[in-house]
Write a protein that binds this ligand. Sequence first.
Ligand SMILES: C[S@@+](CC[C@H](N)C(=O)[O-])C[C@H]1O[C@@H](n2cnc3c(N)ncnc32)[C@H](O)[C@@H]1O
Length: 254
Amino acid sequence: MTERAEAIFFELFEGLPRQGPGSAACTERAFGLCQDLPSAPRVLDLGCGAGAQTLDLVRLGAGSVVAVDGHAPLVARLRERVVELGLEGRVEARVGDMAALERPPLDLAPESFDLVWSEGALYNLGLPAALAVCRRMSKPGGCLAFSEAVWHSADPPEEVREVFAEYPGMGTEQDVRALLEREGWDTLGSFGLSDAAWWDEFYAPMEARLEEMRERYAGDAEALEILRELAREPAMHRRHGATYGYTFFIARRP
Ligand SMILES: C[S@@+](CC[C@H](N)C(=O)[O-])C[C@H]1O[C@@H](n2cnc3c(N)ncnc32)[C@H](O)[C@@H]1O
């Protein structure tokens, strides 16, 4: 990605309610599938983005949440919301790399979380490596919940394959469940995200913001071309959304 494309990408994404598909209803359903959590679980939210699900987790009963994301402006947005809501004692929003949780600046202790959470972010490390990270941070008997892109078709169209090329090793729901077992987790459940979870807080606001940005950048051919590329993803979902989806997986460390 060129520097300009990166700047416009972040301008688009930083202003969205969520940075990936998801909804409060899906977060609540996944939280409800966790088993034997203590009454005020300590939660680690990896790749929290602007923290929509972080705040939902607090509403659902998390005692405290450490929310980590590598992109500082998104963490800053979450911090502002935390202060507005008076949740400073319960949410710690940290900038850092989820592949280096135990090292500075994060310095998180292994086996110290009752619940490890991640919506649409584990693919950045590759799922096997990410599951190993989650396992190290989870207390024995702790739970893991994450959403991840999966194939719904054995033969998705070429443009869909291109967009998901950045998801190394993307598989089907069954593939992910098998991987969880291999990596030492007991699967407690899985469910597909509804279409509303793609549109209401992600693609619909993205398309509205793209429209705004097209007006703002009218006459700037380079910016308009970048915006045209970014608009391909929601348009593709409208055409081919049946061939892939996001699935929430809930598991427990034995
Ligand atoms: C698709 S977004 C999902 C954000 C949020 N969970 C949501 O659903 O709205 C993925 C997030 O992972 C973050 N991310 C990617 N690689 C990361 C890494 N190695 N360490 C920490 N965060 C990372 C990105 O900055 C981005 O905010």
